[in-house]
Every structure is written in structure tokens, then in C-alpha cells.
Design a binder for this molecule. Structure first.
Ligand code: DLZ
Length: 162
């Protein structure tokens, strides 16, 4: 019997929504600025390539990835944002700092999303070394900032439908 349910492993039917109606906030960490700057460029070009207007993209810088949580919270006090993109890069060091920051940022971003009932996208690289980060900030593994922007557009679109 033929099923009307799509093959769930086939996402070829998915297209990225038009970003034109939406307002986006980007919170970017200054730590590892070479990497986060490249993520930011990827995010902006991803949004604009899908129709977002420059005046509908608000960017704020925060000191480190830990502060992405507060940055997202500050932006979402303004109800006009449709989605927030958090961009950071945490590189493994010699201490357990890495684990604490990564856990806190992932949990904190989820909590802010639930608090405001708005999409808050986790565009934070968590890598063993700088080369892995470069590879994901416009290098051989693409630009995760751009991927975060596409996720933001899709989630803003879904959110607007319900
Ligand atoms: C302190 C610190 C360290 C050691 N490493 C990073 C990092 O790799 N990436 C990053 O975004 N931030 C780092 N920080 C800064 C923290 O995120 C935060 O800014 C400080 O702990 C102050 O709250």
C-alpha cells in the first residue's frame, strides 16, 4: 500500500523560505574574533541572499560566548525580532573551562528561546583547535554562520505559521 507520508530521509522537497518579512538579531562574540568575524560574514550573506533587508538585521557584539545568552535576552526584550542568531567559537584549552562554557551556552540559549518563545539559533563552534574552527568558518567544511542563518530563516518561517 502506497503511503502518503513522505520518505523522511528525503529532504529534497525543502526550500529555504523568503527572509524578506522577518527581522533578525545577530549576537556575536569577540573572543576568537578572526573566526567569529568570518561566521558573522557568512550569516549576513546567508540572510541577505534569501531576501532579508539590511535594516532588518541588527548586530550586537558581546565579549565572549558565555555572554551570548545575555545578548540574546537583551535583544528579545524587543518583541519585533523574529529570530536571533548567536555566533561564537570556543576552542578547547588545557582546563575544564571549555566544558563549562559550552554547556552553559547551549543550555542558556535554549532557555532564552523558551522564555521568549522565539527561535534562538546556536551558531557556536566548539572545537579542539583553531584549524577545526577555520575549517568551519569559510573553510573546507563551509561556513556554520551561514548555516545558522538558514536555520534562523526556516525557524522564523515555521514560527510565523503557528
Ligand atoms: C575565558 C574564555 C576562554 C578561556 N575561552 C573562550 C573561548 O574559547 N571562546 C569564547 O567565546 N570565550 C572564551 N572565554 C570568555 C568567556 O566566554 C566569557 O566571556 C568570560 O568567562 C566572562 O564571562
Amino acid at each position: 500500500m502506497a503511503s502518503s507520508i513522505k520518505n523522511l530521509s528525503d529532504f529534497s522537497h525543502i526550500t529555504v523560505a523568503n527572509a524578506n518579512p522577518f527581522k533578525f538579531g545577530i549576537v556575536v562574540a569577540q573572543w576568537n574574533a578572526e573566526i567569529t568575524g568570518a561566521l558573522l560574514n557568512g550569516a549576513i550573506s546567508g540572510l541577505e541572499r534569501h531576501g532579508a533587508q539590511e535594516e532588518n538585521i541588527k548586530i550586537i557584539e558581546v565579549p565572549g560566548s558565555f555572554e551570548l545568552i545575555t545578548g540574546a535576552d537583551i535583544l528579545l526584550r524587543d518583541d519585533s525580532f523574529d529570530a536571533i542568531i548567536c555566533l561564537g567559537c570556543v576552542i578547547q584549552g588545557e582546563t575544564r573551562h571549555f566544558d563549562f562554557i559550552c554547556d552553559a551556552v547551549a543550555n542558556g540559549i535554549s532557555n532564552v528561546a523558551l522564555k521568549y518563545n522565539k527561535p534562538v539559533i546556536f551558531g557556536v563552534l566548539t572545537t579542539d583547535n583553531q584549524q577545526q574552527a577555520l575549517d568551519r568558518a569559510g573553510g573546507k567544511h563551509g561556513n556554520k554562520g551561514e548555516e545558522a542563518a538558514i536555520t534562523a530563516i526556516q525557524m522564523a518561517h515555521i514560527s510565523a505559521q503557528y
